[in-house]
Design a binder for this molecule. Structure first.
Ligand SMILES: Cc1ncc(COP(=O)(O)O)c(C=O)c1O
Ligand SMILES: Nc1c(O)cccc1C(=O)C[C@H](N)C(=O)O
Length: 414
């Protein structure tokens, strides 16, 4: 039932894509068993170069240098990769980004540091559709610190707007915690406007960039952001469980009061001293031993993004999501599929969410056919389009397979 016009259009878009040649740098893109991988917003594909990077690290550095490796660059790798990421994808000057922990742990540390910096204030603002970890951790912090949560309700195809934030922030707001790109709808928040509104109320802002980093450019310094953090295994292709990254604006570095005081965030760890003195700069956000092996894959991907250019990556991402929206309207809307993401490309991140009651039953069938989108409760398929590794052809194949699945379900009266 493959729709020839859809495939033709995809072929034209792939032929005109200036970034198309990067796709073959990823492992598995020539594997016929996976015909369409649209889950790069949850777990990005590995770059083929990572096999060599990991092997040479194990053989040359870990195996060859052994414990000496810590003094020969491993200890400062978190700052080094942080600086590189800041320059390539985050609009952050050196000295403000670091790789460490998981996103959940970094968000917790930064949220706790933010409320500690506003001790007289009693409220945290967050939206009801933020990712579960973000909501859960502020619930925990509110319990620990006797604070109140102010919830913003958002549209199912949107996210928190500047007007939403202006309506709830005030003299009691210590912290506003929001996502740059919403994990479900893909809505892109107006970070500079919301940050300004929060600052005007005297509050601090923590942005979760998990679904934007490496796909939607950020300008954290220019936007006057206080704190940010995000995942490295999505569009940064760091691999399952790769450590996260965090940003702390320079003006907060000297006073940052994070709650997990560990030896490797102290000023002189090998003195094994009796009292904690924070390390200077972004290092004070560190608690324990940096997960060096876990940082190697993302470094290769940041290099590739640097080569391609973040603006070109975003341009391709907008074209991919626009093609997906167009195809859904033409091929899937007649089956009752609804788009749960913004319709304007500039308001969308790298994924498009579509809803239909048959999707929960259909997703395992799609995976069996080598069509791998993402499923999110209750009945959403997320089409996660990773600009450097996803082709327009993959989008067409997925839309077609979803149409076939819906036709089958309809015929079976399900
Ligand atoms: C928006 C967002 N925030 C936080 C997380 C949590 O990251 P982690 O499981 O690495 O702590 C995720 C993904 O799992 C996410 O999508
Ligand atoms: N981190 C994940 C995991 O360990 C297992 C499965 C999925 C994930 C994800 O990253 C989910 C992703 N953050 C989301 O937006 O749904």
């Amino acid at each position: 039932m493959l729709d020839p016009t859809l495939l033709d259009r995809a072929a034209g878009l792939d032929a005109a894509d200036p970034l198309a040649q990067h796709r073959k740098l990823f492992l598995g893109t020539d594997d016929d068993a996976v015909r369409s991988y649209l889950d790069g917003n949850s777990l990005g594909r590995p770059l083929t170069s990572v096999v060599g990077s990991l092997t040479s690290f194990v053989e040359g550095q870990w195996g060859g240098r052994l414990i000496r490796g810590w003094d020969e660059g491993w200890l400062t790798l978190p700052e080094q990769i942080g600086d590189q990421l800041g320059r390539v994808a985050l609009g952050a000057d050196a000295g403000q980004c670091i790789v460490a922990d998981s996103t959940s742990v970094l968000l917790y540390k930064l949220a706790r540091a933010a409320v500690a910096a506003r001790p007289e204030r009693t409220e945290i603002v967050i939206d009801r559709d933020n990712f579960p970890t973000d909501r859960f951790l502020v619930e925990g912090i509110a319990r620990e610190r006797g604070l109140t949560l102010r919830w913003i309700e958002v549209a199912y195809d949107g996210g928190a707007t500047p007007a939403d934030v202006a309506a709830v922030v005030g003299p009691e707001t210590a912290l506003v915690l929001l996502s740059h790109v919403a994990y479900r709808s893909g809505y892109v928040a107006d970070v500079p406007a919301i940050t300004r509104i929060a600052h005007d109320a005297g509050a601090l802002v923590l942005w979760d960039l998990s679904h934007s980093v490496g796909s939607v450019p950020a300008e954290l310094d220019a936007w006057d952001v206080d704190f940010a953090a995000g995942c490295s295994y999505k569009y940064l292709n760091g691999g399952p469980g790769a450590p996260a990254w965090a940003y702390v604006a320079e003006r907060h570095l000297d006073t940052l009061d994070q709650p997990i005081l560990g030896w490797l965030g102290s000023a002189d760890p090998f003195a094994m001293g009796s009292a904690y003195q924070p390390a200077p700069g972004i290092r004070r956000l560190v608690s324990g031993t940096p997960p060096i092996v876990g940082m190697l894959a993302m470094r290769d991907m940041i290099d590739l993004i640097d080569e391609a250019g973040m603006d070109a990556v975003r341009r391709k991402s907008e074209l991919l999501t626009a093609f997906a929206v167009e195809a859904v309207d033409e091929v899937l809307a007649p089956y009752g599929v609804v788009i749960a993401s913004p319709r304007v490309a500039a308001e969308r991140g790298g994924h498009v969410t579509i809803d239909h009651p048959a999707f929960p039953a259909m997703v395992p069938e799609l995976w069996q056919q080598g069509i791998i989108p993402d499923y999110r409760n209750p009945d959403g398929i997320r089409l996660g389009l990773s600009p450097l590794s996803t082709s327009f052809h993959e989008v067409a194949l997925a839309i077609d397979a979803i149409a076939e699945g819906l036709a089958g379900h309809r015929a079976a009266g399900r």
